[in-house]
Write a protein that binds this ligand. Structure first.
Ligand code: HEM
Length: 411
C-alpha cells in the first residue's frame, strides 16, 4: 500500500459515515485535500470526487456491486441461524448482482419500466397524489413526512407492482426495518429483533409471487411472470421473489426521502417554491437539481475485486468503497457554485443521484414521474405551503439513505 496515503488521517477520524445531519462541509474539504480516504469506522475507502465516482461506476469489472446490500455490521451466528431456519433465500438479482446473471435479469426488468408503461400509470399516480394531498388539505399544520410523503411512493409502487394497497403500512415497516438492519449499526440484540421482522417480509413476497403465478393481472409483477413463461433459464420464481423484495425496499424509501429533501430545501429558500407554483413546467428541472443538491441515496457501495489506484491512492483487491454521491454531485469541477440551488444548470443530466452504468436506477422513470406529479399537485392545491419555523431536522443513522424524518408544515 502507498505509505503517503496511510489510512489513518484526520478525515478518517472525523468522518462519521452514519451521521447524515450535515455531511457537506467535511466532504467539501475532503474533495479538495484528500479526495479518497479510509474510514475505519466501517472499514471502507471513501471516494468524494465526481470523476472518481463516475469512473468506478463505469468500470464494473474492477469494482463490482456485490457489496451493496451487505450488512455494515456482519450478521451474528444467531442471526444466520435464524435466517437458515426461516428459509430466507433472497439471491443477488439486481443491486448486488454481477454479470452475466445481472445482465440477464436487468434486461427483463428494464422492460417493465419503459417510458410507455410508466405513461400508462400516470392517471392512477395523479389520483393517488390528489387523494393524499386533499386528505391533508383540510387538516391544518401537519408533519408532511408522516401524513403524506411516507406512504405516497409506496401507494404508487404497490399500484404498479399489483400489491394490495392495504399492505402499505406493513411493508413500509418491514422495509424500514431492513434498511436499519443492513445499513445501520444495530446491536446484537437489535439485529435479532430486526431479523424477526425480516423473515415475514420474505415469506410475504414469496406468497405474492405464488399468487401472481396462479392469477396474473395487469401489473409489473405479473409481467415478470409472463416473461418467465415457466422457464427457469429465463428467470426462476426465487429470482422473481428476490426482485420483489428489492423493489419493495428500493422503490419507495428512496423516493420518500428524496421528496422530503426537495420540500425541505424548496421551502427553506421559499423563493424557489414560489417560482415553481408560478411556473409548474419547471418542476422536472427543479427536481433534477434537488437530486443533485441533496440525493436521498447519499452514498452507495462498490467492491474492488482487483488492486487498483483511485486518484493516486492504492486500493487493494477486496477493498470496500463508499462512493459519496452527495459529494460528487457538489463537486465544483463539474457543478459551479455547487451549494446554490440553480434550476437552470446546463448539465443537470450529469448528476449521479440515480447512479451510473449497468446498475443505473431501473426505477428512475417512475421516481421522476411520481415526484413531479406530487409537486405539481402540492403547488396547485397548497401554494401557501411553508415550513413551521424553529423545528429540528433529524436524520436516521445509516450510511446510505438521507431524508428528514419529519417535516412540519403549515399553509
Ligand atoms: C428518487 C428516488 C430514487 C433514487 C434517488 C434512487 C437511487 C438509486 C441508486 C443510487 C441506485 C444504485 C445505482 C448504481 O449502483 O449504479 C439505484 C438502483 C436501483 N434502484 Fe433506485 N432510486 C430511486 C427510486 C427507485 C424506484 C422508484 C425504484 C423501483 C420502482 C428503484 C429501484 C432500483 C433498483 C431495482 C436498483 C438496482 C438496479 C440494478 O442494480 O440494476 N429505485 N437506485
Amino acid at each position: 500500500m502507498n505509505q503517503s496515503h496511510c489510512p489513518i488521517t484526520n478525515f478518517s477520524a472525523d468522518f462519521d459515515p452514519l451521521d447524515l445531519r450535515d455531511p457537506f462541509p467535511l466532504l467539501a474539504v475532503a474533495r479538495r485535500e484528500q479526495p479518497v480516504f479510509y474510514s475505519p469506522a466501517i472499514g471502507y475507502w471513501v471516494v468524494t470526487r465526481y470523476e472518481d465516482v463516475k469512473a468506478i461506476f463505469r468500470d464494473h469489472e474492477t469494482y463490482t456491486a456485490a457489496n451493496t446490500i451487505s450488512p455494515i455490521v456482519p450478521f451474528s451466528d444467531a442471526v444466520r441461524q435464524m435466517l437458515a431456519v426461516g428459509d430466507y433465500r433472497p439471491e443477488p438479482v439486481l443491486s448486488n448482482n454481477v454479470p452475466p446473471s445481472h445482465t440477464r435479469i436487468r434486461a427483463l426488468v428494464n422492460r417493465l419500466f419503459t417510458p410507455r408503461r410508466m405513461k400508462s400509470f400516470a392517471p392512477a399516480i395523479r389520483a393517488i397524489a390528489e387523494r393524499g394531498v386533499r386528505r391533508i388539505r383540510d387538516k391544518g399544520p401537519v408533519d408532511i413526512a408522516a401524513a403524506l410523503t411516507y406512504e405516497y411512493p409506496a401507494y404508487v409502487l404497490f399500484h404498479v407492482l399489483g400489491v394490495p394497497a392495504g399492505d402499505v403500512p406493513k411493508v413500509k415497516a418491514w422495509a424500514g426495518n431492513r434498511i436499519k438492519l443492513y445499513y445501520g449499526r444495530p446491536s446484537a440484540d437489535e439485529q435479532i429483533a430486526m431479523t424477526r421482522h425480516l423473515l415475514p417480509f420474505w415469506r410475504y413476497v414469496v406468497a405474492l409471487v405464488a399468487e401472481k403465478e396462479r392469477a396474473p393481472q395487469d401489473d409489473l409483477t405479473s409481467d415478470l411472470i409472463r416473461m418467465r413463461d415457466g422457464d427457469d433459464a429465463v428467470l426462476t420464481l426465487n429470482e422473481i421473489a428476490s426482485c420483489m423484495i428489492t423493489l419493495l425496499v428500493a422503490g419507495h424509501e428512496t423516493t420518500t426521502a428524496q421528496i422530503n429533501n426537495a420540500l425541505l430545501h424548496l421551502l427553506t429558500r421559499r423563493e424557489h417554491w414560489e417560482a415553481l407554483c408560478a411556473a409548474p413546467e419547471r418542476i422536472p428541472r427543479a427536481l433534477e437539481e434537488m437530486m443533485r443538491y441533496d440525493p436521498s441515496v447519499c452514498a452507495w457501495r462498490r467492491l474492488a475485486v482487483a488492486a487498483s489506484a483511485i486518484n493516486g491512492v492504492d486500493i487493494p483487491a477486496g477493498a470496500n468503497l463508499l462512493l459519496m454521491l452527495n459529494s460528487a454531485n457538489r463537486d465544483e469541477a463539474v457543478f459551479p457554485e455547487p451549494d446554490e440551488i440553480l434550476f437552470e444548470r446546463g448539465n443537470l443530466k450529469e448528476q449521479l443521484a440515480f447512479g451510473y452504468g449497468i446498475h443505473y436506477c431501473v426505477g428512475a422513470p417512475l421516481a421522476r414521474l411520481e415526484m413531479a406529479v406530487l409537486l405539481e399537485t402540492l403547488c396547485r392545491e397548497l401554494p401557501g405551503l411553508r415550513l413551521t419555523p424553529g423545528q429540528a431536522i433529524e436524520y436516521t443513522r445509516n450510511i446510505s439513505f438521507r431524508g428528514p424524518v419529519s417535516l412540519r408544515v403549515t399553509w
